[in-house]
Design a protein. Structure first.
Length: 200
């Protein structure tokens, strides 16, 4: 006779993570899942003959970016994080443009980077070590839901929809507004609570 024990809570949590993120290595799973959070805005990407290879190259750059972030444990005001975020966002726009997809925008890049970074904390320090001290540096992933919630706090209006945003300075200005408006909260904590508020 075979006896199967009742799964522990840790085993249940592992099951949920695998169900939602798949079986890839944790950092790659965060990047792959985050891609799905904005890919519906990539109108026409399927027409590119090398779209799959392009996504693979971009994903590898994003994984490499994430892997290096734990080195930022001494970044008191987030300037280094912001500079690295800008650099990769602009790199992704250039990469997609070079492959013939000129409509890839900063708004899409920020969603990919920010959701991947956020998902690292869903996995937790035990599964993806080195990120515990970086939570305060994360940017809010901009989308329609969070922009509607932040409008209640008189957030500045963007010049266009979040996915079409091309001006990194405008994007960073919005992130700085969030930091100023909620000085005692990590931006990702602001997003966590507002995104789930009534109507979210």
């Amino acid at each position: 006779m075979h006896i199967f024990p009742t799964p522990t809570q840790a085993e249940q949590d592992h099951f949920l993570l695998r169900l939602y993120f798949g079986a890839a290595a944790p950092l790659r799973a965060c990047v792959d899942r985050a891609y799905l959070d904005f890919s519906r805005t990539l109108h026409g990407i399927g027409a590119l003959p090398d779209a799959a290879a392009l996504r693979t190259e971009a994903s590898e750059r994003l994984c490499s970016w994430l892997a290096k972030l734990p080195e930022l444990s001494t970044d008191p005001n987030g300037d280094t994080f912001d500079a690295l975020h800008r650099h990769l966002s602009e790199q992704l726009c250039t990469l997609y443009g070079r492959c013939g997809f000129n409509s890839f925008a900063i708004g899409q890049a920020q969603k990919w980077l920010n959701m991947a970074f956020k998902y690292v904390y869903v996995f937790g320090e035990a599964r993806i070590p080195g990120f515990a001290g970086l939570y305060r540096l994360g940017h809010v992933p901009l989308d329609n839901i969070i922009l509607d919630r932040l409008a209640e706090f008189e957030a500045p209006a963007l010049a266009c929809s979040w996915s079409r945003l091309r001006d990194y300075d405008e994007y960073l200005g919005f992130q700085r507004w969030i930091r100023h408006e909620f000085p005692d909260s990590a931006p990702l904590a602001v997003e966590f609570h507002l995104w789930q508020s009534p109507g979210g």
